[in-house]
Design a protein around this ligand. Structure first.
Ligand code: HSE
Length: 311
């Protein structure tokens, strides 16, 4: 058995505009890294966290990575083992890009790989959901599931958990812009309505079904016209600087679709080429800079691999 491992787990775009809490996909960058070492004292320690500006707890009872790994070890009856975790945040916290999920998934995948556990990676999902519960008060799976399984994922049901990997057209690119404003998921969930009108539900589930059909049919235009959200976006867009202006600019430049990534403030556009994605990301970054708002941009296709061992 190896006694140390380094794992990368990817950022994710949750909701995919119309599928609040039920759709998400993984991207190639950014992502987080975990270095895990076997120690000779049973229990989990967290020796180091970098890239978080001191925002994350080093106490293993309070950190989402160690807590999820602890749940996993218990489930396989391996609490006899000692593991030390180093977490290297390579992506912004509170970005709407599944930052806590990337860390948790990296930790779980590192533990599973170190222990030589051959079970399907999807079996780690309940432990990753526990991490989400701790990070933002709600155990949604639309970041952790794609971070863990890679690709495009549908959470058909939470109770019981039923998660389905969806196909997607090749050559679909994603431009992500993360404006430098903090929107904690916990707060972004508190501002949305908990009751909706039937006619709005009809519009929304038509769009979700349209998006899923488009993924199966390789129909990028159907994907684009289905990515509309009348339930959550009208409220959350208020937390994002120049959201509607950015949408107009992206769509004018030929984007397939544009919307909020997860709970924001990141926004993303699907495009039909890497070049288009780059141009849109750069243009939106320039626009925000003009308004005095810094941003990070990322361009990626859909990451079908999920977590991977990098050392
Ligand atoms: N579905 C979750 C939400 C994702 O929108 O609150 C959070 O990244």
């Amino acid at each position: 058995m190896k006694d140390s491992i380094k794992v990368f787990a990817p950022a994710t775009v949750a909701n995919v505009v119309c599928g609040f809490d039920v759709l998400g996909f993984a991207v190639n960058e950014p992502g987080d890294e975990v270095i895990m070492r076997v120690t000779n004292k049973p229990g989990i320690t967290l020796s180091k966290i970098t890239g978080d500006n001191g925002r994350l707890p080093l106490d293993p009872a309070k950190n989402t990575v160690s807590v999820s790994v602890q749940h996993y070890l218990k489930s396989i009856d391996r609490t006899d083992i000692g593991l030390d975790i180093e977490l290297h945040k390579k992506m912004p916290i509170g970005s709407g890009l599944g930052s806590s999920s990337a860390s948790t998934v990296a930790g779980l995948f590192a533990a599973k790989t170190l222990l030589g556990d051959e079970t399907d990676v999807a079996k780690l999902l309940p432990f990753a959901i526990k991490g989400e519960e701790m990070a933002c008060g709600h155990g949604h799976a639309d970041n952790v599931a794609p971070a863990l399984m890679g690709g495009f994922v549908l959470i058909r049901s939470y109770e019981p958990l039923d998660v389905i990997r969806l196909p997607h057209p090749k050559g679909l690119y994603c431009a992500i812009v993360f404006p430098d404003v903090d929107v904690p998921t916990r707060e972004a969930r508190q501002i949305i309505r908990d009751k909706i009108y039937m006619k709005d539900a009809v519009t929304q589930w038509g769009n979700i079904a349209g998006l899923v059909s488009g993924l199966f049919m390789n129909d990028i235009d159907l994907i684009g016209r289905s990515m509309k959200d009348i339930l959550v976006e009208p409220v959350r867009s208020m937390l994002i600087p120049d959201f509607y202006k950015m949408r107009e600019m992206a769509m004018e430049m030929g984007a397939v679709s544009f919307g909020i990534s997860g709970s924001g403030p990141s926004v993303f556009a699907f495009t039909k080429s890497e070049e288009e994605a780059k141009q849109i990301a750069q243009k939106l970054q320039k626009h925000l800079a003009g308004a005095g708002i810094g941003s990070n941009i990322y361009v990626s296709d859909i990451n079908d691999q999920g977590p991977r061992v990098i050392g």
